[in-house]
Write a protein that binds this ligand. Sequence first.
Ligand code: ATP
Length: 351
Amino acid sequence: MTFVIGRDAERTSGAVGHLGNYRALDGSAGAQFHLDLDGPHAVSIVGKRGYGKSFTLGVIAEALARAPGVAPVLIDPMGVFDTLEESAGDDAVSVTVLERPSVNPETLDPRSWCALVGLDPESGAGGLLWRAAQETATLEAMRAHIDSADAPRSDVRAANNHLNLASSWGVFESDGVAVPDLSGSDVTVIDVSGMDAAPMNAICRGVAETLYGARVTDSIERLPWLMVDEAHTFFDGVAGPALETILTRGRAPGVSLVMATQRPGSVPEVGLSQSDIILSHRLTSRADLEALERARPTYMNTTLENRMPDAPGDVVVIDDATETTHAGRIRPRETPHGGESPRASDVFPAE
Ligand SMILES: Nc1ncnc2c1ncn2[C@@H]1O[C@H](COP(=O)(O)OP(=O)(O)OP(=O)(O)O)[C@@H](O)[C@H]1O
């Protein structure tokens, strides 16, 4: 029998990806479990540092790369997923890494522009930026629009200073990431490592809005799966509302979100409550456990704390479709894992 999480008993066909094996009470490996890749899902991967979130995200990315009809996109804030390109034996994973990603300024709506540079849209400078973003499509045109506005010079200066700040991040280009870059069957890894939180968020928001909008307007055929590592960084920033849109409204147009975070307590409640699948690695902080307990489906009859796994790679699987929870272990990666912590002994091995 094949166990598929995210799929109810009525559906028996469609793509799946092997995630791992269930674990028996004595710790021994039980049956394999798979993830449904046929329909849209919201998946949360949580766990404290070093217990396997990025590893698990990589396993899901490998599975998506081999599934038909999906467009996997991975936002990589730590720069550790380029290893998906490395050999997976005869059956290599098809990956495109975007190393210097940029977004088209037009992708962000006027509200996002104000939030991005920290201007209140109700303020003079914020209002100027709002209108410039509404009426023009490039940074130069926005600047010209602000300069020519009939407004106090102090507001013009403030709006331009904030726009210059955004411009200095170097992530806005008219030929920034667009639907054709994101709609292939290979995993598109968007490497935002080394960027500050604000530009990283601008990229994530642009990508999330592009994928969602493309499905709503039928300009992408495949079903997008947006995977986001260190998701709290994005829920805390200007990307947050775009991720929440996918969580709350992504199912109908067929957009999935997979988010990994070490701080489920810092992700808005909607993040966990809208997830139909939760893979929880070990968590110990009270705030994080409580966040998970609050989102815990009512069919769970034992507290999560009692079920917390101890070893990296072990998970509690909470599946809404079958209304079950299971102890499991994520399978080994087919490609090298890029998130290994460096060790001093790598530099000076013991004699
Ligand atoms: N399923 C697994 N099978 C075997 N080893 C695993 C598995 N999951 C994790 N590990 C081991 O645990 C280590 C830490 O995993 P990983 O880098 O994914 O942690 P993390 O939770 O993402 O941590 P961080 O928050 O620091 O990024 C890995 O380098 C790997 O050695």
